[in-house]
Design a protein around this ligand. Structure first.
Ligand SMILES: Nc1ncnc2c1ncn2[C@@H]1O[C@H](COP(=O)(O)OP(=O)(O)OP(=O)(O)O)[C@@H](O)[C@H]1O
Length: 120
């Protein structure tokens, strides 16, 4: 039982390490984090309601999570096959496509939340 708990604590430690590695080294994550801060500012500025906050936090978390997994896929690809290869290109394109799905979802949620403030 204590082995199980120690294993889980170590898992959290590695996850926190990965979290800070992503934030400090990956430009895509830095950019998405900056966008998340801008939308957090917009949320306060327009005083969006509790449900909209939940949707916005979920959308921003979804993008950051999928972008992080995409980064991991890119790193695996570059490690297992550093040279140019059609299959590696396909795998990276598919992983990038997952980010596009998340970004489209977030874009629609942003429109639903903020559109009413602009049309009055
Ligand atoms: N090894 C490769 N073989 C074939 N195509 C590749 C390869 N690496 C990248 N590509 C193509 O380039 C696109 C972008 O790749 P990737 O996201 O790795 O960026 P990059 O060009 O390596 O630069 P960065 O690491 O700065 O993002 C991929 O979606 C894929 O289409």
């Amino acid at each position: 039982m204590s082995g199980f708990i120690i294993g889980r604590i170590k898992g959290i430690k590695y996850a926190v390490k990965g979290f800070f590695l992503l934030l400090s080294t990956e430009n895509s994550i830095k950019t998405q984090s900056a966008i998340a801060l801008v939308f957090t500012g917009l949320g306060f500025y327009f005083e969006i309601n509790r449900v909209d906050w939940a949707l916005q936090v979920f959308a921003l978390g979804l993008i950051l999570s999928v972008e992080s997994l995409n980064t991991a896929v890119e790193k695996v690809c570059d490690f297992v096959h550093p040279d140019h290869h059609e299959k590696i290109g396909l795998i990276k394109d598919i992983a990038a496509g997952a980010v596009a799905f998340a970004a489209l979802t977030a874009f629609i949620i942003a429109l639903l939340i903020y559109w009413p403030f602009f049309i009055g």
